[in-house]
Design a protein around this ligand. Structure first.
Ligand SMILES: *Cc1c(COP(=O)(O)O)cnc(C)c1O
Length: 351
């Protein structure tokens, strides 16, 4: 038998499969990966256009100082409580790489949730403990504590369910866990609440956020973490020396400082989310309440796979998860009013 070039865990894993990404300019309505339908902040774009070549000639600052300073100013947290990541996916990756290993230092999360958590654990490798959410998206706190992970991930708001985990539940979990609790707030810009205050109360809590969703900058690859400096210190040792490029650092800082623009776009998405949800309900879809920029829906005739395919043939991309328990569900990113109407127009003849 031919020996493999790879470690056994790498041979055994499938790898994360991202949603389809057609080239920009391709005429598709892209409602499959939760990008913001509105353009990035004009101030961020101006910063990009005016970038001095000197910033590219030199190595970037190792800790993305301008970007972190912007976060420090806007969110009123000290600079040394902030870490920048190459997308918030890098923050999640760093948590696993810094803290998890094997059976005794496992990775724990309630399901269904972001599939990348599993992939990261498989790469490490660290044992994965998946604990199903209870009825009505209640957090299985006792089982999560029992699993005793080195890292426990909670996406809040969660994907694909769209629900927020209450701060009371997160507090209980944080106080009972011996390992790190990473609260993934990728969708916080579309939610009514945040768990940010918990980082002041608990030394084991880390909040991760991204510029990919609320700030319309998924292509820039930029995210950040907020936690007490002691907790971030391990992550700083593990990260790439220059994990944030100079362009991302400066453009990201400008975007963070333009909260008004981000909030305006998020408000528009929230209004469209409510309209789209009620129109889909009228068509017979089950639609769960969402605190994100997407809707998780069950079609009236339980033919999610056929709808996904039919939409795709009309150049409308939505997300269909071919996982057990999700066969009859679609995750639809909230687009502009016009895009949402085109989605509805395409759906109606197929129902
Ligand atoms: C989109 C997303 C992220 C990360 O996105 P980045 O582009 O890597 O910042 C993290 N967690 C969840 C749940 C997401 O949906």
């Amino acid at each position: 038998m031919k020996t493999s070039y790879f470690r056994a865990n790498v041979d055994e894993m499938t790898g994360y499969i991202p949603g389809e990404q057609p080239r920009p300019g391709t005429p598709v309505i892209k409602l499959n990966t939760n990008e913001n339908p509105y353009p990035p902040s004009p101030r961020a774009m101006e910063t990009l256009r005016n970038l001095d070549a000197e910033w590219l000639r030199r190595y970037p600052t190792p800790y993305a100082d301008d970007f972190r300073q912007a976060i420090s100013d806007v969110f009123a947290v000290p600079l040394d409580w902030i870490m920048a990541g190459n997308g918030s996916d890098e923050i999640l990756n760093l948590a696993v790489r810094s803290c998890a290993e094997g059976d005794r230092r496992g990775v724990v999360y309630p399901t269904p949730t972001y599939v990348l958590y599993k992939t990261l654990a498989e790469i490490q490798p660290a044992t994965v403990f998946e604990v199903p959410y209870l009825e009505e998206n209640r957090l299985p706190i006792d089982a999560l504590v029992e699993a005793d992970g080195a890292v426990t991930f909670i996406a809040s708001p969660n994907s694909p369910s769209g629900h927020v985990v209450s701060n009371e539940d997160l507090r209980q979990l944080a106080s009972r866990l011996t390992g790190v609790l990473l609260i993934d707030e990728a969708y916080v810009d579309f939610a009514d609440s945040t768990a940010l205050e918990l980082v002041h109360e608990f030394e084991n809590v880390i909040i991760s956020r991204t510029l990919s969703k609320g700030y319309s900058l998924a292509g820039l690859r930029l995210g950040f973490a907020i936690a007490q400096p002691q907790l971030l210190s391990g992550f700083f040792k593990v990260k790439d020396s220059y994990n944030i490029d100079a362009i991302a650092c400066l453009v990201g800082a400008a975007a963070i400082r333009d909260q008004n623009y981000k909030n305006e776009c998020a408000e528009k998405v929230k209004v469209s989310r409510a309209t789209l949800a009620s129109k889909l309900r009228r068509l017979g879809f089950q639609v769960t309440d969402s605190q994100t920029n997407f809707l998780f829906v069950v079609p009236p005739n339980a033919n999610a796979a056929a709808l996904y395919q039919g939409l795709k043939e009309q150049d409308i991309l939505v997300r269909y998860f071919n996982h057990s328990g999700m066969e009859n569900k679609l995750r639809i990113t909230v687009g502009t009013e016009e895009q949402n109407q085109m989605l509805l127009n395409a759906l109606i003849p197929m129902l």
